[in-house]
Design a protein around this ligand. Structure first.
Ligand code: 13P
Length: 288
């Protein structure tokens, strides 16, 4: 059975480690990440963007597919199916479809509107027994080829949204989605400490978890980060392993590539990477 992320994040926060939220894009990635969690004996969150859900034929297909794969693989560690960067409509639809955790990202709205909509979504999610993440301030990233330095969330705004009863809060501390530029200034621990204070020690979420140096990850966890989102790093691993397989020319003697064999090296690379990250985040062994 898939579970809400409330309990696993609470334990991670108390135990000073973080739960990885790894993005899934298809059946193969789902299997690869679940295999890693089971082997590492780690709780895990499977993140699904609205784009990925659309690609997989909608929230309901995703929820059913993940539940069936979870059961068929005999997964015993806690698994939450989480909507990543959900819109107002998307979060409602994902809840309806059986997701066990959602992010409502209202960071692009004026703050008062983000506040009102977050309040409504928190009440809705909790009435269904599922966990919810909200966001204050945008997370930087690449737009039109221009990479911005990550935004810093306003600590007072973070405190106001935290007080609504959100389970975990995404707040910009200089983090960026995608690859970090060579001149990236790093995470702002000063801002993280301020946010920790204004939110009364709410579990915090670090987006853009690919490519952050291990010492900064460890420090962020020690200052209250309990969930770390990873996508780009898995894409890079998958692409490199798949490219290597194709370059080796194993196309089944001119009959074309067996799709299962073609995707295997990439999926194995994802499993290895996710396990390594679970060790790094400290969640490995926590589901024993
Ligand atoms: P990366 O792609 O930078 O790992 O970020 C993932 C993320 O934060 C998803 O919300």
């Amino acid at each position: 059975m898939l579970v809400s992320a409330t309990e696993m994040i609470k334990k991670a926060h108390e135990g000073h480690y973080a739960i990885g939220a790894f993005n899934i894009n298809n059946l193969e990635w789902t299997k690869a990440i679940l295999a890693a969690a089971e082997e590492a004996k780690s709780p895990v969150m499977l993140g699904v963007s609205e784009g990925a859900a659309k690609y997989m034929c909608g929230f309901k297909t995703v929820a059913n597919m993940v539940k069936e794969i979870h059961d068929a693989m005999g997964i015993t560690v806690p698994v939450a199916l989480h909507l990543d960067h959900g819109s107002y409509e998307g979060a409602k639809a994902a809840i309806e479809a059986g997701f066990t955790s959602v992010m409502f990202d209202g960071s692009h709205y004026p703050f008062e509107e983000n506040l009102a909509k977050s309040k409504e979504m928190i009440e809705l999610a909790h009435s269904k027994g599922i966990s919810i993440e909200c966001e204050v301030g945008g997370i930087g990233g690449e737009e039109d080829g221009v990479v911005s330095n990550g935004e810093l969330a306003d600590p007072e705004e973070c405190g106001t949204i935290a007080a609504l009863g959100v389970d975990f809060l995404a707040a910009g501390i200089g983090n960026i989605h995608g690859k970090y530029p060579a001149d990236w200034k790093g995470l702002s621990f000063e801002r993280l400490e301020e946010i920790q204070k204004t939110t009364n020690g709410k579990p915090l979420v670090l987006h853009g978890g690919s490519g952050i140096p291990a010492d900064q990850v460890a420090k962020a966890i020690s200052l209250g980060v309990s969930k770390i989102n990873v996508n780009t790093e898995l894409q890079l691993e998958f692409a490199a392993a798949t490219r290597k397989y194709i370059e080796a020319g194993k196309d089944n003697e001119g009959k074309g590539y067996d799709p299962r064999k073609l995707l295997k090296p990439g999926c194995d690379a994802i499993t290895a990477k996710v396990k390594a990250m679970m060790e790094e985040f400290g969640s490995a062994g926590k589901a024993e």
